[in-house]
Design a protein around this ligand. Structure first.
Ligand code: G
Ligand code: G
Ligand code: MN
Ligand code: NA
Length: 258
């Protein structure tokens, strides 16, 4: 099974799909598409013979093989094309694409992003990039420099899986970041565990101190949603309010009643 060959072919032949998961304001009672803040883009791959392959397998594989850029470029193209489609009808929606530190450390990255946006006719300021906290410190100075350059061009940054890494507060404060995304592990059953609830409130307060927006991920139960609203969380994402879906379904999506 030649996974790298398969992935190269998949990227070239358009077999990689962009699915979108909605992000909602935490306090909104009306979970219709008009309330959506934006979406996180999640890659999906259906191989003609092998069937669905999980990103939890092929993304880390591509990272180890030094070819995660294949996935990132495909996702950026789809995300920016979608933003161009939404421009007349949903101009405020953003799409957040997951990127690896390897992408940032690739010298051509920021120019590539700008070129893809220009080709797509998409507004760069509606693109967000998510970078996992645990990877931030790998090459901190260069990562900071690229992030600042891209932020100046309009790209927003989110720190993903926040709470699972070890970024120093001094470093965090220098990053041109707009949003912290609280890792699912702090959200799951937060209403049943006092320690978890205290940690969650501490993270929200930290985000406030740094003047960052805060999004909670992995919200599956109404009790979790209530606690997050009470803690002052800005946005929520999770199966309770919408699973990742094919991009074509996003504009008409309505969340199940909670
Ligand atoms: O969507 P799902 O839960 O199956 O994703 C599994 C993992 O793969 C998650 O850690 C997610 O961040 C990662 N992932 C999903 N899509 C992308 C992508 O487009 N690029 C990168 N780098 N990671 C992704
Ligand atoms: O690592 P990252 O945060 O980018 O990964 C997001 C992953 O979490 C995706 O694979 C997505 O499918 C998954 N996900 C999104 N919402 C939920 C949820 O409510 N519960 C669980 N278990 N996973 C979720
Ligand atoms: Mn993410
Ligand atoms: Na995350």
């Amino acid at each position: 099974l030649n996974l790298l060959g398969g992935l190269r072919r998949a990227a070239a032949k358009g077999e990689l799909q962009m699915w979108l998961q909605p992000k909602w304001p935490c306090v909104s009672q009306l979970h219709g598409a008009s309330q959506i803040e934006g979406f996180e883009a999640l890659v999906r791959w259906r191989h003609p013979q092998w069937g669905w392959i999980s990103p939890a397998e092929f993304v880390p594989f591509a990272e180890r093989a030094g070819h995660v850029g294949l996935i990132t470029d495909a996702m950026l193209s789809m995300a920016l094309a979608q933003l161009a489609v939404w421009r007349p009808t949903h101009p405020a929606w953003h799409i957040a694409v997951n990127v690896s530190t390897a992408d940032l450390l690739d010298p051509g990255f920021d120019q590539r992003v700008r070129r893809i946006a220009t080709q797509a006719g998409a507004p760069l300021h509606r693109l967000r990039l998510e970078i996992t906290e645990s990877r931030l410190m790998q090459d901190a100075d260069r990562v900071l420099e690229v992030m600042c350059r891209m932020r100046e061009a309009g790209v927003r940054w989110s720190i993903d899986d926040f709470g699972t890494g070890y970024s120093s507060l001094a470093y965090l404060q220098r990053l041109p970041v707009d949003e912290l995304k609280i890792d699912r592990s702090f959200v799951t059953e937060v209403d049943l565990d006092d320690t978890r609830a205290r940690l969650l409130r501490t993270i929200v307060d930290l985000a406030r101190s740094l003047q960052l927006k805060v999004t909670a991920e992995g919200v599956e139960r109404p009790e979790e949603l209530s606690l997050l609203a009470d803690a002052g969380c800005d946005c929520v994402q999770g199966y309770l309010l919408g699973r990742p879906m094919p991009a074509a379904d996003a504009a008409t999506f309505t969340a199940p009643a909670t």
